[in-house]
Write a new protein. Structure first.
Length: 78
C-alpha cells in the first residue's frame, strides 16, 4: 500500500506527465480510494488553472498560509 506522503510528493511529476506508467497507475489507483489525496490533487489542479489564466488577479491576504495549512492537514496521518 502506498502512503499518502508518497503520492503527494510525486503529484507534480504525475501532473506534468513525467511519471512512469507504473507510477501513473499507482497514483490513479490511490486517488480513486483516498479522499484526502484526491482533494489535494483537485485543489492543485484548480490552482494551476487559476495561475495559468493570463488575466491579472490579486490573491487574497492569508491565502498562501491557508493553502499550506490545508495541504498539511490533508496529508497528515489519520
Amino acid at each position: 500500500m502506498v502512503r499518502c506522503r508518497t503520492i503527494i510528493d510525486r503529484l507534480s511529476e504525475y501532473m506534468d506527465g513525467e511519471a512512469s506508467s507504473e507510477l501513473r497507475r499507482t497514483i490513479e489507483n490511490h486517488l480513486r480510494h483516498c479522499r484526502r489525496c484526491s482533494a489535494v490533487y483537485d485543489s492543485t489542479r484548480q490552482m494551476l488553472v487559476i495561475v495559468g489564466d493570463e488575466r491579472t488577479f490579486e490573491v487574497p491576504t492569508g491565502f498562501s498560509e491557508r493553502l499550506h495549512r490545508f495541504i498539511d492537514q490533508a496529508i497528515a496521518p489519520a
